[in-house]
Design a protein around this ligand. Structure first.
Ligand SMILES: Cc1ncc(COP(=O)(O)O)c(C=O)c1O
Length: 375
């Protein structure tokens, strides 16, 4: 009996992406190299305009990373030492870490088990003294932005969306960043829209916040050698903007393919009693930065190991919630304090969902997973 030769299925395929873009990417990079305009300039301005438009925002401000977008964004909203900022414990550490980095206190609030998104009900009971609400559109699905906007308005707080995983996502007719005072995006290469290094962008409909961001990303200066306030250097590189300008027109089709793949996984996996795919809310158009599935009544790590042995590489985003990280020890949350985030970290498995997977790849991942949870 012959052994079938199967190639590995990885969470990401940057080579396939590069190939799909043809010579455009290399031409754009060469154009910038030859122009000598390496920082800001026309490539960055064009990208900021188009990216803001995609998110129904009037301003886009390119910065050096998603992390910097969070840091200068918090500063632009007036958050500083002693302020309380409400966020999610089920996220990449940066969402909460940046709050502490500007001297504020992260107020962590539990998420919905079915979606991993900040639970507006839980948030409502933690709003006392909160200056800013910073929800995370985890895996590319938007939180209930309207509910959180009402909550923030009632408390006199601002709403800052961590949209690092949600390029082009929408819910209830709203794009990521449309209703918030501000939204932060990351272009780390693994993201739905990634650059060739580090990059980030903020979008906003507030003229005052946009003006302040332009200063903060450039040492508080809008006029050369006049520094109105303290800031930093976090400008978007022209080379990165050129890469992003080539990729942006493809984002909608790539996101649509991710949704097709997710629907295929949903129907293949949805009836297994050992698997609980992350729920897509009825009013939501997620962009599936990750396709998450909770492994219930089976050992997640053992299942992941069996998948790897079969050449299917699933990832765990994230193995430990924010509040149980060593760096969060002094924020005052112990084990058991945010049970849904803890359960998600113990159970979650993220399946390959990048847009260059074939239907046959998706079926192979699903079949391998169904076998692995029963083993
Ligand atoms: C939810 C979230 N917030 C913030 C960040 C930070 O972005 P960057 O890696 O570009 O600094 C990331 C990126 O991994 C993220 O996933």
């Amino acid at each position: 009996m012959g052994t079938e030769v199967t190639s590995p299925i990885a969470p990401l395929d940057l080579a396939a992406e590069r190939e799909a873009l043809g010579p455009a990417l290399e031409e754009a990079v060469l154009r910038v190299l030859r122009s000598g305009q390496y920082v800001l300039g026309p490539e960055v301005a064009a990208f900021e305009r188009d990216f803001a438009q995609l998110h129904c925002a009037t301003h886009g401000i390119g910065v050096a990373s998603g992390t910097d977008a969070l840091i200068v964004g918090l500063r632009a909203l007036g958050v500083g030492p002693g302020d309380r900022v409400l966020t999610s414990p089920f996220t990449f550490f940066a969402s909460a870490g940046c709050i502490a980095w500007v001297g504020a206190r992260p107020v962590l609030c539990d998420v919905e088990l079915e979606t991993g998104l900040l639970d507006p009900g839980a948030a409502a009971s933690a709003m006392e003294g909160v200056r800013c609400v910073l929800p995370v559109h985890i895996y590319g699905q938007l939180v209930d932005v309207r509910a959180l906007r009402r909550l923030a308005d009632t408390a006199g707080a601002t709403l800052f969306e961590d949209a690092a995983q949600a390029h082009g996502a929408s819910r209830d007719g709203l794009r990521a960043g449309e209703l918030g005072d501000l939204a932060a995006f990351s272009f780390y290469p693994t993201k739905n829209l990634g650059c060739a290094g580090e990059g980030g962008c903020l979008v906003t409909n507030r003229d005052d916040v946009a003006a302040r961001l332009l200063r903060l990303r450039d040492h508080g200066s809008q006029t050369k050698y006049v520094h109105d306030e303290l800031g930093t250097n976090t400008r978007l590189a022209a080379l990165q903007a050129a890469v992003l300008n080539v990729k942006l027109p493809h984002l909608a089709a790539w996101n649509e393919r991710r949704r097709e793949i997710a629907a295929r996984y949903d129907s293949a996996l949805g009836s297994s009693p050992r698997l609980a795919p992350i729920v897509r809310r009825a009013d939501s158009e997620p962009v599936y930065h990750q396709y998450g599935v909770r492994v219930v009544e089976a050992d997640r790590d053992a299942v992941q190991g069996r998948l790897s042995a079969a050449g299917v590489f699933a990832a765990v985003h994230y193995p430990r919630p924010v509040h149980l990280q060593p760096a969060a020890a002094e924020w005052g949350y112990g084990p058991g304090s945010l049970p849904n985030a803890e359960a998600l970290c113990a159970q979650i498995l993220c399946l390959p969902v990048h847009p260059f997977l074939s239907d046959a790849d998706v079926d192979r991942v699903a079949e391998t997973l169904l076998g692995a949870v029963e083993a």
